[in-house]
Design a protein around this ligand. Sequence first.
Ligand code: SF4
Ligand code: ZN
Ligand code: ZN
Length: 326
Amino acid sequence: MPRCDICSARDAVVYQTHTGLRLCKACFFSNVIARVSREIFRYGMIKHSDRILIGVSGGKDSFVLLDILSQIHEPSRLGGATIIEGIDGYNRAEHIAEIKRMATERGVELHVVSIKELWGASVDEMVRMSIEKGQRISPCTYCGIHRRKSLNLIARELGYNKVATAHNLDDEVQTIVINILRGDIARLYMNHPLRPKGSGLFIDKIKPLRKIYEWETAKYAYLASYKPQEVECPYLELFPSLRARVRDMIYRIEASKPGSMLRLLEWFDNVFNPLKQNNRETPKLGLCSICGEPTSPNRSICKSCELQIKSLGEVKIARSVLKTQL
Ligand code: SF4
Ligand code: ZN
Ligand code: ZN
């Protein structure tokens, strides 16, 4: 085994294809933490006084995010939120126990909330009723929208002023390419760290891992002896998405030209940086006439209420997070 290219003191355990460096475990951890810290600093994502709610699914990415933020921010000003989607075979009790252990070890309080408790129906139930009505709405649409809305609500009710999610470089690049393919410039904008908030009811979102490859979060979790949830969501296979096809294409390009994904995200940042820096304030979003949460321009009800009406026939207004924590 060759020696680490940085310290020369220890054996290398990681080959970083995009830099050509071989790194030992300690230097690899330092490298990832330094890059996350640089990204946080570049976009002013975190202030000393911030109370940050971290979305913790228990996968490798959310472990890495929790682990790194608890090293660079005061753990008593961090919280974790685990949203139970209500997907049969996916949300398991032993998995939640492992997430709790991981958060407690780092001095971070964990809040566990279920979509069914909060919104009146689980993702499985919304999907089933939607299929019964002959609709072709992806489970990920139900799941993603209600998870985002839940995180925002938990943060607002429990006094957090930032929500951190564990999106990695692979997620970000896929989203950019999908929005380019759809010609959706508005959504492309909304993926930038300097994107406008649109409403005071939205808690600021940050993505500190956005320049870290997914294979790096997997390696980091493995070297830190963390055992992520192994079970894949059953909907992944049932409903192959455009995202899966885009991911395969991007991986083929990355394999033949290492660093391509990082360069694409840097390009995106640099193109939108000057535009967004001058335009952080945007027109205020309206409020949904049913649930009172912010809604996109030109919409009288929000996407989540629309989905609930389509599947359930009615909207269940969220119960208080304070009363539904598990
Ligand atoms: Fe939700 Fe499963 Fe889709 Fe992930 S793959 S967004 S867990 S439904
Ligand atoms: Zn080293
Ligand atoms: Zn609504």
